[in-house]
Design a protein. Sequence first.
Length: 297
Amino acid sequence: MRQMKHHEHHWAGYLCMILSSLAGAIIPTTVKGLSFFLSTVMIYFLTRLFSSVGLISLVFEKGKASLRTRNFLQIFWMTFFYNAATVYYFIAVSHIPLMNASLLFNTAPLYIPLIASWTIGEKISHKIWFGISISFVGVMLILQPGMDLFNPYALFAVVSGIFMACCQVLNRRLTAKEPASLLVTYLVLFSIFFSFLTVIFSDWKGDISRWLAQSDPWIWIGVLILSGLASWTFQILRTHAVRLTKVGLVMPFSYFGVLFVAISGWIFFKQVPDLYSIIGSCIVIVGCIFILRYRKT
């Protein structure tokens, strides 16, 4: 009976991660649609604002005591890397096919062992090196450097994956010291703060003018709300999945998100991936799953 319950927890974790990936696929799709008339910084600010609505209650749940921490500097850098990764990802989404941007953003597991080795001296096993090596081959096939198909904006997606890896390394260290609710609270607060700083120095008046010039501008408010709800759902389901099942077992299911994004790009933006991107994506996913499977978490 206990064994059955154990397996049920695994399958519940897998399902939560797949549904989280589906919610995560909605985010770049809405960002791509909004990018035709809004700047990246404005999209970044509005999506952070709408996505914070479902989580802001954590700030007031326990009063000021919920913000007390001895690890403020590490939390600051974690949130900085998270927001930098988001901005670079949004830039990539606005300029390259959705599937390529999503896949390169999700290469964070590829860089985590390298960053952990450099910062805290974590040893990298031969199996992890193998996963890293084949993943880099896949990344090169997607980027296609030196070919006419190469889009320099793809490098923004690569950097977004590196920044997200930095965020996850810090998050891993902080979760041993701080409750998850405190980390989420600071993530929400700093996300609003960073996004507000970027938008006040942008052409926000021009963004508003372009938005109002749309034939039906109010429909895009619905798109923003959808993006915010998707961000909130993504975080909740992803967190729940990790609680139900070991990270190494459940994280490979997050790559369903690349498939969902590819389908979305094909349906809404007529983006059909080329053969190099398809092969490269498969190689990267295999390599990252290999890393997730054999790296201690």
